[in-house]
Design a binder for this molecule. Sequence first.
Ligand SMILES: [Zn+2]
Ligand SMILES: [Zn+2]
Ligand SMILES: [Zn+2]
Length: 161
Amino acid sequence: MDDKKVKAEVCPKCGAPLGEVVETKSGKKLQRCSTGSWDPETKQNVGCDFVKWLAVEPTALEEKCPKCGAPLLMVTTRMGKKMKKCSTATWDPKTKTAGGCDYVEWLKGTTEALDEDCPKCGSKLVMFTTVSGKKLKKCSTNQWDPQQKMAVGCDFVEWQN
Ligand SMILES: [Zn+2]
Ligand SMILES: [Zn+2]
Ligand SMILES: [Zn+2]
């Protein structure tokens, strides 16, 4: 059948086989060279530093496209950003044109109201969860002003582990 998957891929730098596919916290997948490893103490790569980033397979969603009614797909970009797009969308690499339905929805983080007061100004805090799953507490008065292109309000932020 598909014997490409059976054959182990080799590192283009040193010729050693690639290691197992690992997934990062943000959902990205990568394969390191089997002769290389990450040393968390020195924060450096030991051995061969080849890393192959894998495209994350889109997953089908229960949701329907608001434009055409076809099922939506959840796509994770190489940068770890997530978006929903229509499953009928196609990309022709030869003509560099997109076909099918063009519905795209970028995922933003979620904000939850907290019953906690801001230590700086006394307003309520909110818990913000980024698309990649990081959490931070910030002041509810902190808003993004699209006209001034800057954040306004109280600047209290506390990253959660
Ligand atoms: Zn290598
Ligand atoms: Zn659509
Ligand atoms: Zn505040």
